[in-house]
Design a protein around this ligand. Sequence first.
Ligand code: HBI
Ligand code: FE
Length: 287
Amino acid sequence: MSADRAASGPPEGARADWTIDQDWARYTPAEHQVWVTLYERQAALLPGRACDEFLKGLKALDLHGQGIPDFRELNARLNALTGWTVVAVPGLVPDEVFFDHLANRRFPAGRFIRRPDQLDYLEEPDIFHDVFGHVPMLTDPTFADYMTAYGEGGLRALRLGRLANLARLYWYTVEFGLLQTPRGLRIYGAGIVSSHGETEFSLEDPSPNRLGFDLIRVMRTPYRIDDYQQVYFVLPSLQRLLDDTLQDFAPIYRRLEALADIAIEAITPADQVFTRGSQAYAKAHIA
Ligand code: HBI
Ligand code: FE
């Protein structure tokens, strides 16, 4: 998130913490229909691909395909489960604002929904990505605590000038993480579960590498924001993610100063390899 935007403060109509009212009554039938279309596509694809925690959360929140959820109803359910709430924001918010919300168990979600001609790609997170993608995992107590720890860690990383490293952890877990289960690899990352194309690509395509999760390894790996990932990291359990994140990152940041980044497509001798990808997709799509 750029500093100029952070310096300029919240846009008109937003509160000091960048939140706005959801104004649920203002969504048009066409906007609700976009939600329904996206919901139905993903609901058909996710059984057997999304992890149990995600599917259970989706059900517990009663996020069915009838239209854009009303945060008042969503929050009543979510808050009772893990103490989290969803707050509406106009779009991307400055890093410090974002982390402060997470540290206080508030998840900032875009209020707008993509247009019908943008079903597969958009630059800023909309309500489908944020609510369908992120909120089901916030019903899981372990993941809910991880997100809080991440927000606290984000505020510390900002002070230490280490946000670039910590942002990679978010990217490769919260957005694009895979989970190892007794029945095979499953997705939990919001960027995947909210994407029709990447749901299949992340699990089934021969192109990307799929490597065991290692905190420092992840923080040394750049990512791409413009296309499917070239590498996914596989967690052995959600508990591992929480445990790793509860440690003090200051010594880790000091170690990272002496360690170079790892090329996005590289596999190192220390990596636990689930899939050695062909990288065919990435090679065919180099701009
Ligand atoms: N704002 N609304 C919103 N959503 C995000 O995911 C987000 C953000 N601001 C900053 C930010 N993410 C990054 O700091 C994290 O992805 C690390
Ligand atoms: Fe996201």
